[in-house]
Design a protein around this ligand. Structure first.
Ligand code: PLP
Length: 261
């Protein structure tokens, strides 16, 4: 039996809610074989990130080489990359293996405030990774850091998407979940020509840990299966809605969204 394969290059969340763990659970849920290259280990639970232990770029490269030289991957997702050395090494491997379905979740700061990307590494994301990416999936604060602009209105979001597209990434998804006081959330997709909008109801819950990771992992799984960018984003939007509805009340803090009933 053959199966589509997806690789996540990201950080480990010991609490199982975000990062590598969320990605692998999502791949499995969407019937895609999941593989991982770990960039950093976090000591983490629903209350927050208590420690960050990055691996060396060499350790990351060897994991990717092991996968690329044997199993191969139909789509790749990057999450927490932590520093510019790891970003440059990962970008090099993407070129070596000629991977084209590259989904970049530009993870920067965890909900509790812990830094998952060093300040010095933002330029490396823009200069090395985004030119190789098929899709980038920032939330609004991440889009602000990557573009240097403040984003208030939907017009601002469209302008930010155009700036990100000019950095070389083919499709930009700006997630609407961080807009406050709105019941209707709009995720925006820009393919360099057209804007598409995906609207969903806000679900009131504190259990949203790992939402961004799970969303980008769902896009990656759908791309691995050979679906179009539009279809993959559309599927991921409804997938994450369902996952948030099925939130778990476990731990004392922000429960995870990567469990399915
Ligand atoms: N920890 C890791 C390893 C992650 O990759 C991410 C993803 O963005 C997070 C934590 C963020 O978690 P939260 O959804 O609580 O902000």
């Amino acid at each position: 039996m053959s199966i589509s394969k997806a690789l996540t290059i990201a950080g480990s969340d010991s609490g199982g809610g975000a990062g590598i763990q969320a990605d692998l659970k999502t791949f499995q849920e969407l019937n895609v074989y999941g593989m991982s290259a770990i960039t950093a280990i976090t000591a983490q639970n629903t209350l927050g990130v208590h420690g960050v232990f990055p691996l060396t770029a060499e350790a990351v490269v060897q994991q990717i080489e092991a996968i690329g030289s044997d199993l191969g991957a139909d789509a790749i997702k990057t999450g927490m990359l932590f520093n510019s050395e790891i970003i440059e090494a990962v970008s090099e491997q993407i070129k070596i293996f000629n991977w084209s379905k590259v989904i970049v979740d530009p993870v920067m700061i965890a909900k509790g405030g812990a830094s998952l990307l060093q300040d010095e590494a933002v330029e490396a994301v823009k200069n090395h990774l985004l030119p190789l990416a098929l899709i980038v999936t920032p939330n609004i604060p991440e889009a602000e850091v990557l573009t240097g602009m403040k984003i208030h209105t939907l017009d601002d979001r469209r302008a930010a998407a155009e700036i990100l597209h000019s950095l070389g990434v083919k499709n930009v998804v700006i997630k609407g979940g961080h807009v406050e006081n709105e019941n209707q959330l709009v995720d925006l997709l820009y393919d360099g020509t057209e804007f598409s909008y995906f609207s969903s109801e806000r679900i009131e819950t504190k259990n949203t840990h790992g939402t961004g990771c799970t969303f980008a992992a769902a896009i990656t799984a759908e791309m691995a299966k050979g679906n179009t960018v539009y279809h993959s984003v559309e599927t991921a939007v409804s997938f994450i809605q369902e996952a948030i509805k099925e939130d778990l009340e476990i731990g004392q803090g922000h429960g995870p969204t990567n469990h399915w009933a």
